[in-house]
Ligand binder design. Structure first.
Ligand code: SF4
Ligand code: SF4
Length: 242
């Protein structure tokens, strides 16, 4: 497996995720799995569900569900890179953190260091693997698979040096609303989010595993029926009922 080469000059890729638009359909993570052959139970991209009670459109307290698409944050101060004993991880001039699979020794130090659950060991190739913004597609002038597959235009992607790119237009429109995940980790994530702390409660961040890859058991599908059963009580209380 060869690594994509990155010119010293060229695009600086940026990505922002608008949680206000996400409908939790998983098209992004499915497209990622197909595009990058990500095996069962492992994830480059993962959409988290979070059930909670909060105000609905009419201002009543009601059961709600929030969705948080996640992937490698392409951190500017990446702990995975610093932890790798074989210096197999680098952050290229285009802003993408990449793994040199030829020198990876499968020590898992990168997995242990990542606060976002973004790395796993590919069980077939037996090397560390994570989102690299579909670098093979970027080289071919295409967008990452998740960006293309999303039916709700959640991802704003493009060249940060191009004022007309989707990411720059998104930043111009929503700059003050943008936030990063787990800022307290000091990793300076490059991926930005809209709606963190509003549409998506900050509590969801705690679901992203630190030191291991995402797991398949975080969809909270089971708790939805629980919340539904509770709905009448909650709305009744909001209306001043018992
Ligand atoms: S999210 Fe994890 S894998 Fe990606 S750059 Fe940051 S520390 Fe490394
Ligand atoms: S494809 Fe888009 S709408 Fe569907 S879960 Fe992913 S980000 Fe959300």
């Amino acid at each position: 497996m060869s690594q994509p080469t990155t010119p010293a000059t060229g695009p600086r890729w940026g990505l922002a995720i608008d949680t206000e638009r996400c409908i939790g359909c998983h098209a992004c993570s499915v497209a990622c799995k197909v595009e990058n052959t990500v095996y069962l139970g492992m994830f480059r991209t993962k959409v988290y569900y979070h059930d909670f009670h909060g105000p609905d459109a009419a201002g009543r307290t009601a059961p709600r569900r929030a969705f948080l698409p996640t992937l490698c944050m392409q951190c500017e101060d990446a702990p995975c890179l610093k932890a790798c004993p074989t210096e197999s991880i680098r952050r290229d001039a285009d802003g993408v953190v990449r793994i040199d699979v030829d020198s990876c020794d499968r020590s898992r130090d990168c997995i242990a260091a990542c606060p976002y659950g973004a790395i796993h060991i590919d069980p077939v190739a037996q090397v560390a693997d994570k989102c690299d913004l579909c670098s093979h597609r970027l080289e071919a002038g295409m967008q990452p698979a998740c960006v293309e597959a999303c039916p709700a235009d959640v991802f704003a992607f493009g060249d940060l040096d191009d004022p007309g790119s989707p990411i720059r237009r998104f930043q111009a429109r929503h700059g003050k609303e943008l936030a990063v995940l787990k800022p307290e980790e000091g990793t300076r994530p490059a991926v930005q989010y809209r709606g963190i702390g509003t549409v998506v409660p900050r509590a969801v961040e705690r679901k992203l595993p630190k030191g291991r890859n995402h797991d398949p058991f975080t969809y909270e599908i089971d708790t939805w029926s629980e919340l539904r059963a509770d709905y009448g009580t909650v709305v009744g209380k909001a209306k001043g009922g018992a």
